[in-house]
Design a protein around this ligand. Structure first.
Ligand code: FE2
Length: 395
């Protein structure tokens, strides 16, 4: 079968043929997949990995041998404390400085879990399942932060020939595969959920893949088109998972933000684009508004290299947007938009710590001085009432 014949077959099946039976990652009617770096990048063929399992809810959690265990009990302060980082994967001095400053806080804060909000491996994502970049841009900088890291895919993790294009989502499979051999890196699938504690969840994290809805180029692989099986299934999964969750607090983690005062702007008008199925993020906006807003307490995002704790509003259905993408890079120092913010910073490197108890959800925002590798607490935001409000309060 030629590539063109394959593409026609895939398009026909997606548009009107018999519904493809899929696993959530790879349709079974496909035995080969185009490796496409986007409309401008040309195409090449590659063999597919075996179809993966369904998107993971976290039980049982799939971790590699020797992986650091998930916290199953609150820390000494009665909280689950989570380090939040984003856009960290440069391997340069700033990444090391931010990680060092965060590491100093881990013991005092009782941090038992970490989050990496995408752009984990600049500039184009890993070249293989065991690329040395995993060591240089993740394991070495984060040495000593010995907890599971919930990782999500960023546009730079899924790029082909054009850095940051997001035009080759299949590259994300390498980051999923890497999780099988890392003690820290947790990514059992391209999207997944993790309830804590597993037996009687107080908080549940829903990790999503925002890339095919926000890429700078059109997705030419029909599996990853904005209306293709992968994104339809992810949206359906998230809707069901949020509805079914028994956790008091619900936190969606994904690379691209819903709302954003930084230069990239908000979903539906990313980088000034307001039309088209890609780049603008119009379909991600629709998903956030119809599936997430009013159901999740927080959206944690990166992409913009800034620190923002936005206010929950009627527009968001009470959901709070947080942007935490300054763990290796910074932005231009100014706000480009005016969404109500509790606190925001467009100049400094930094990270955040999310603390969850039955009584409250707390977000601490820290900036980091790269020269001294020291963190300074800049803002603390608290909320005491879950958005959904259905789950009983834990003690
Ligand atoms: Fe990004």
């Amino acid at each position: 079968m030629t590539e063109q014949e394959w593409l026609r077959t895939g398009s026909a099946a997606t548009a009107g043929g018999p519904p493809p039976r899929t696993t959530g990652r790879v349709p079974q009617w496909v035995n080969r997949r185009t490796l496409l770096g986007g409309a401008m990048a040309g195409a090449a063929l590659t063999l597919l990995p075996s179809p993966g399992q369904s998107p993971a809810s976290a039980a049982p959690r799939r971790q590699g041998p020797g992986a650091f265990p998930f916290p199953e009990h609150p820390n000494g302060k009665g909280e689950f404390a989570v380090l939040v980082t984003g856009d960290a994967g440069t391997g340069d001095e700033a990444q090391y400085a931010v990680a060092a400053a965060a590491r100093d806080l881990c013991e005092a804060e009782g941090i038992g879990l970490a989050v990496g909000l995408g752009d984990n491996i600049y500039e184009n994502g890993p070249e293989s399942d065991d690329d040395s970049e995993f060591q240089d841009k993740f394991e070495k900088p984060n040495s000593g932060i010995d907890v599971p890291w919930l990782m999500v895919l960023g546009n730079h993790d899924c790029s082909g020939l054009i850095p940051g294009s997001g035009g080759d989502p299949s590259r994300g499979d390498r980051e999923v595969a890497y999780a099988a051999t890392s003690r820290r890196w947790y990514m059992p699938d391209r999207y997944y959920s993790v309830p804590l504690p597993a037996a009687d969840p107080l908080v549940e994290f829903f990790a999503i893949d925002t890339i095919p809805w926000s890429s700078y180029v059109a997705q030419l692989d029909p599996h990853y088109r904005w209306d293709g099986p992968y994104m339809r299934e992810q949206r359906s999964w998230l809707e069901g998972a949020l509805r079914a969750s028994r956790a008091r607090w619900k936190v969606v983690i994904g690379h691209h933000p819903y709302l954003n005062n930084g230069k990239h702007g908000s979903a539906g008008s990313y980088d000034g684009f307001e039309i088209g199925n890609y780049t603008s993020g119009v379909h991600l906006k629709d998903m956030y508004e119809k599936v997430v807003c009013g159901r999740a307490d927080l959206i944690l995002s990166g992409h913009d290299h800034t620190l923002q704790i936005l206010e929950p509003t009627a527009r968001t259905g009470g959901t709070r947007q947080v942007v935490c993408g300054a763990s290796a890079k910074t932005e231009d120092g100014v706000a480009h938009f005016g969404h109500p913010a509790a606190w925001q910073n467009f100049s400094d490197h930094g990270f955040m710590v999310l603390k969850v108890s039955g009584a409250r959800l707390t977000i601490d925002a820290y900036t980091v001085d790269v020269a001294t590798r020291k963190a300074t607490l800049r803002h603390r935001a608290r909320q005491t009432r879950p958005v959904a409000g259905a789950a009983p309060a834990h003690a």
